[in-house]
Design a protein around this ligand. Structure first.
Ligand SMILES: [Zn+2]
Length: 195
């Protein structure tokens, strides 16, 4: 059972979200606004800690439980980590805006998509290219996505998707994720359509 955050913790979160991470990047603000506007199905995010977190999700700092629209945190302090909140926010976008269902089959690709989008946003915020994978193709994909702002047309979009799929396929092969892949990167589409 998850323990909901106290009013003070929740208030602090909203303040952090308004003046912290979401203040630093307009794409996050726009996506947050789209989530807030969503009526069908309505999005009511909750944040909670969870006593058996380490046992149930070893090695993780937080997870998004789409069935209860709750971001479960290992520790209360994790709510103040831009890295953790940014990561979980993209899962929220995947599940609530892009309508993707988290399954065992698509979990690896969902994590890959979140990794790319986190690197893109952190690059935008810091001004230095942030890349979780140190290959030229990955770095150029992140740079490409960062530099898209305002210049998106169907030709550019399909090229970006082709690059994305190529980098994903290499990554999946190297990590032996061999499941049949019918995954559509819905959060990436949300990102591309926000400009
Ligand atoms: Zn994740």
């Amino acid at each position: 059972m998850a323990l909901n955050l106290s009013y003070n913790q929740y208030w602090f979160l909203i303040k952090t979200a308004n003046e912290g991470l979401f203040y630093k990047n307009s794409i996050l603000r726009k996506l947050g606004y789209q989530l807030a506007q969503k009526k069908r199905p309505i999005v009511r995010l909750k944040f909670a800690t969870y006593p058996d977190f380490e046992k149930d999700f070893p090695g993780r700092d937080a997870i998004y439980d789409a069935s209860s629209q709750t971001v479960l945190l290992k520790k209360e302090e994790n709510i103040f980590s831009d890295r953790i909140i940014l990561h979980e926010f993209w899962h929220v976008v995947q599940c609530e805006l892009a309508g993707i269902k988290m399954t065992d089959k698509n979990e690896a690709h969902m994590e890959f998509e979140v990794m790319v989008l986190c690197d893109v946003i952190q690059t935008m915020i810091t001004g230095n290219v942030v890349t979780s994978i140190k290959t030229y193709t990955y770095m150029s994909l992140v740079s490409r996505l960062v530099n898209l702002s305002g210049h998106i047309d169907p030709g550019v979009e399909s090229q970006v998707l082709a690059d994305y799929n190529e980098v994903y396929e290499n990554w999946a092969r190297e990590n032996s994720f061999s499941e049949p892949d019918n995954y559509n990167p819905g959060a990436l589409f949300c990102f591309l359509s926000i400009f």
